[in-house]
Ligand binder design. Structure first.
Ligand code: SF4
Length: 61
């Protein structure tokens, strides 16, 4: 399961660059959104690069 905390996401777009299949930037809210949640390995990389730790990756779900 991949989740983005909209309260802490600053819309920097880093996660969308690392995993364009998983994340997209909502240009209205300037928050990242999850568009598909299968590639947990890539999501984990993005989570590690997120400047505000807004991405949660739960490997068990
Ligand atoms: S890397 Fe983090 S702060 Fe940047 S857009 Fe993605 S979730 Fe938001």
């Amino acid at each position: 399961m991949i989740e983005i905390n909209p309260d802490t996401c600053i819309g920097c777009g880093r996660c969308t660059e690392i995993c364009p299949k998983i994340f997209k930037l909502n240009t209205d809210t300037m928050k990242a959104e999850v568009i598909e949640g299968d590639d947990l390995e890539c999501a984990d990389k993005a989570a590690n690069q997120c400047p505000t730790d807004a991405i949660t990756v739960d490997q068990t779900k």
